[in-house]
Design a binder for this molecule. Sequence first.
Ligand code: AMP
Ligand code: MG
Length: 265
Amino acid sequence: MKPLQIKPGDKVRLRDFDPEDTSAAPGDKAKTNNANDRLTERLCELQELLYAEHRHKVLIILQGMDTSGKDGTVRHVMRGVSPQGLRVASFKKPTELELDHDYLWRIHAQAPANGEIVIFNRSHYEDVLVVRVHELVPEKVWRKRYSQINEFERMLTECGTVILKFFLHISKDEQRERLQARLEDKTKRWKFQHGDIEERKLWDDYQKAYEDALEKTSTDYAPWTVVPANKKWIRNYVVANSIVKALDTLEMKYPQPDLSAEIID
Ligand code: AMP
Ligand code: MG
């Protein structure tokens, strides 16, 4: 079994990662969902501490092909977490104003503050993914972005940000089923976009662009995890478990209040 976290210098071939892989799970679906419930409770506690301590910033980046479950991951992993101190930033096609700036401008503006958890639903990685696949800028421009992104993320971590990056890895067959379900289910149809079919035709180009991004931007301070995402219960487990583990290592403490004037009438 390959470890799911990419180490700096690792060669990344996505076909080596099985989107159906369940070996990281603590048991079958029922057992894993129980573990997910416990992880959710722990995450709630850790988020309260993070907010109270007001010392660390947490940035969680979700990337993946269309239908890979970015929205669902936010919904499941963060369920129960207090909305105070939690924010989701979704990055769509840049506006004209955003395009008039450097590509990290809109990203940096959404970065977390002390005590905050921010989830990026898509991110600056789109600028080496969709932008590369569709040649929205010349190669010599996007090529430079890997090192620019590494430097940007290094700066964020040196300023107290914990960065965790998740690639939700689904198979092409799974995407077909999910797109089909989007068309058939009226509660999901709103998510279906015509462009999704065109993008699916570029599957191989996207996989290649993802391999390069994972390989070039997985660092000690901002590592990528390849999440087997065909099954939602294992996807939720891998993401929640990684976040809880990372927050546990911060050894946060509730701040000591100033009790010198504690007279309550
Ligand atoms: P969705 O996440 O399904 O709402 O779709 C958002 C769309 O915005 C996707 O098709 C992304 O590829 C696109 N997008 C996000 N960031 C960029 C970017 N920097 N340049 C071009 N397209 C982008
Ligand atoms: Mg979409």
